[in-house]
Design a binder for this molecule. Structure first.
Ligand SMILES: [Zn+2]
Length: 253
C-alpha cells in the first residue's frame, strides 16, 4: 500500500486536525475532530468522506465534532478501550494493539500524563505518529491527570520510535514552547535553529507541524530530561525529577 497523505487543518483557536487519506481514495480518517466546519471543508477539498475517526483523548477540543461527523458519514469511531470519556468507540483498541484501517497498520501506544487514558497512534510502515497532546513541537502537554513518573515514561516510549518518525500533534504551540525552551537551554544550537525556522513560518502563517523525532530529540527539552545537561541544570539524580521541575516551571512561565 503506498504512503497515505496526511492533510493538516486548523481547528478552533490553535488545534490541529488531520485527514489521513490514500491517494485517489473516496474515504479517509479524521484524527481528533473538534471543528465541524473545518472538518467538512477538508473532506470536501479532498473529495472524500470520513469513514473513520481516530481519537487520542477525551478533551472537548479533540472530540467536539465527533457526533456530527458520525451522523453525517456513519463513521466508525476508534479509541482506547480504557478511555471511558471519549464518544463511545465502535472499535475499542487495547494498549499496544496493532490494527488496520484502510490498508494501513496503526499501533496504539498508551501515553498517560496529559490525561490518564491518553493514547498516540503510530503507523509502523510509514513512521508517522499522531501524538495528540502528549508531545508537541518543542514541548509537551500539560500534566492534568498524570504524574511526572508516568509522563516521563510515556515520553520515553516515543523516544524509542525511529528517528525519522513524522510527528503530527494536537496544537500549534511551537513558538511559546521554544521561548520556554530557550530560557532553560539558551546555547542549544538545534533549538536556536528551530526558533529561527518557526518564527519564519509564523510570519508566513504556515504551520510548524509535522516535526520529526530526531529533531525533537535534539531540541525539545522534555525529551532531554535524561541528558547530562538537564540533570546538572536542575541538580537532579534522575530524569523524572528533572521532568517534574521542568513541567512546573513551564506551567508558570
Ligand atoms: Zn487535551
Amino acid at each position: 500500500m503506498p504512503k497515505p497523505n496526511v492533510y493538516l487543518f486548523p481547528q478552533w483557536k490553535d488545534n490541529y486536525g488531520y485527514l489521513i487519506k490514500n491517494p485517489h481514495a473516496s474515504e479517509g480518517i479524521l484524527v481528533d475532530p473538534c471543528d465541524l466546519d473545518m472538518c467538512l471543508k477538508i473532506l470536501e477539498l479532498n473529495d472524500c468522506k470520513a469513514s473513520h475517526i481516530l481519537l487520542t483523548h477525551h478533551h472537548d477540543d479533540h472530540i467536539a465534532a465527533v457526533s456530527d461527523i458520525k451522523k453525517k458519514f456513519n463513521s466508525t469511531i476508534v479509541g482506547y478501550v480504557k478511555d471511558t470519556q471519549i464518544p463511545s468507540p465502535d472499535i475499542s483498541v487495547q494498549q499496544d494493539e496493532v490494527f488496520e484501517l484502510l490498508g494501513h497498520k496503526y499501533h496504539l501506544i498508551h501515553t498517560p500524563g496529559h490525561t490518564l487514558q491518553h493514547v498516540n497512534y503510530f503507523m509502523p510502515d510509514h513512521n508517522i505518529l499522531f501524538s495528540g497532546d502528549t508531545l508537541f513541537n518543542a514541548g509537551c502537554g500539560r500534566m492534568f491527570e498524570g504524574n511526572p513518573e508516568i509522563f516521563w515514561e510515556s515520553l520515553s516510549k516515543i523516544k524509542e520510535l525511529p528517528g525519522d518518525t513524522k510527528i503530527y500533534c494536537g496544537h500549534e504551540y511551537t513558538l511559546a514552547n521554544i521561548n520556554f525552551a530557550l530560557s532553560i537551554d539558551p546555547k542549544n544550537e538545534n533549538l536556536i535553529k528551530l526558533s529561527k525556522w518557526a518564527s519564519h513560518r509564523e510570519k508566513e502563517h504556515r504551520p510548524t507541524i509535522p516535526t520529526t523525532l530526531s529533531e525533537q530529540l535534539l531540541s525539545n527539552p522534555f525529551l532531554r530530561c535524561d541528558s547530562d545537561y538537564f540533570l546538572k541544570h536542575y541538580n537532579c539524580q534522575n530524569p523524572v525529577d528533572v521532568f517534574a521541575k521542568m513541567r512546573s516551571e513551564k506551567d508558570s512561565f
